[in-house]
Design a protein around this ligand. Structure first.
Ligand SMILES: Cc1cc2nc3c(=O)[nH]c(=O)nc-3n(C[C@H](O)[C@H](O)[C@H](O)COP(=O)(O)O)c2cc1C
Length: 317
């Protein structure tokens, strides 16, 4: 695996960065994509004693994805070890990303996600386990710290174990999206460490992209801006409704491909509607469009809505 110049990466987003979303990002220019966070224990159990359709959907990938990673969360180095072996043997993910950033209570109360930044000894054991278990590249996604800055210690661990990159979301554990993501710390670490740094947080324009690249980062990960709008990876700041509707139709096509491979399942309507709502952001009359999407109950009706009714609403006075 190699990081191209000015790499753009789809940041992991729970309930979004599954196969259809990731393929769209890649088809529009994202150099790497990453699954949403997957529980290391759940993944191991899926491939051993308890297969389940939820995990089956999360681990689905095929040849349309070439630079795709799976993100694991947990706090037990042994489970990371076991999960990594399953990933290498039973899936086609190309790298494994470790979640050191999730601030959700249900994750941190088990000592996982960003809570691991209070316990770098365990982080070190997790990375060591992964490196022993697999030849796949290992990457890290982190925040700046729990409540104090830990990047110096973390980056040393990452370099010692040959981690492929460290992606940094410039906020502390308890900082919400209202607090602007920090960027100024980047110049210091880029000067001090060899390891590639991927910057993340609050990229919503081409100017934001340029600002991060001016700080000499190896890549930029885009999260929320790409929701319903993978054309941002083609450096397109403004998109037409027609372009976005085409993206949505491709999303449905990819979604149906996955669903065909999974038994006993019904279409995941809330998941598709979330994508639909993001697709229409900024459209003319978008509140009317959102209202009608919310009331739709079947995939067929949603497809019909996107093939004709939506254009009617966008062009109505
Ligand atoms: C809905 C949502 C889900 C997210 N899920 C994950 C996740 O599964 N794993 C992770 O490391 N970060 C997750 N994040 C954090 C994003 O990857 C990213 O760090 C954050 O949104 C800041 O980047 P942005 O400003 O480009 O959105 C999530 C963020 C959002 C808004």
């Amino acid at each position: 695996m190699r990081i191209p110049e000015k790499a753009l990466i789809q940041a992991p987003l729970a309930r979004y960065t599954r196969y259809p979303f990731r393929v769209l990002a890649a088809e529009n220019g994202a150099h790497f994509t990453i699954s949403e966070l997957v529980n290391a224990r759940g993944l191991f159990e899926h491939f051993n004693k308890k297969p389940n359709t939820h995990t089956q959907r999360l681990v689905y990938t095929d040849k349309l994805e070439s630079n795709v990673g799976i993100q694991l969360f947990g706090n037990d180095p042994i489970l990371f070890y076991k999960a990594a072996i399953e990933i290498e043997e039973n899936t086609s993910f190309k790298f494994i990303d470790v979640n050191l950033g999730c601030p959700k209570r249900k994750v941190t109360k088990t000592g996982s996600g960003v809570a691991l930044l209070k316990n770098l000894e365990t982080v070190s054991q997790i990375i060591e386990s992964l490196v022993k278990a697999t030849n796949l590249p290992i990457t890290i996604k982190t925040r700046l710290g729990w409540d104090s800055y830990v990047l110096d210690d973390l980056l040393k661990i990452a370099e010692d174990f040959g981690v492929f990159w460290v992606m940094i979301h410039g906020r502390y554990a308890n900082e919400s999206y209202d607090v602007p993501a920090k960027r100024d710390f980047l110049s210091d670490i880029i000067e001090k460490y060899e390891i590639p740094i991927i910057a993340n947080g609050d990229v919503f324009s081409l100017q934001d992209i340029n600002d991060y690249f001016d700080r000499n980062v190896s890549g930029i990960a885009i999260g929320r801006w790409a929701r319903g709008n993978p054309l941002v990876f083609a450096h397109k700041e403004h998109t037409t409704p027609e372009e976005r509707i085409n993206v949505f139709n491709r999303f449905i096509e990819l979604h149906l491909k996955v669903e065909k491979t999974i038994e006993k399942t019904k279409y995941s309507i809330p998941f598709i509607k979330a994508y639909a709502i993001n697709t229409v952001k900024g459209f003319r009359n978008s509140s009317q469009i959102r209202y009608e999407i919310q009331r739709i109950k079947s995939l067929e009706d949603l497809v019909t809505f996107f093939s004709s009714r939506i254009t009617e609403i966008v062009s109505s006075e």
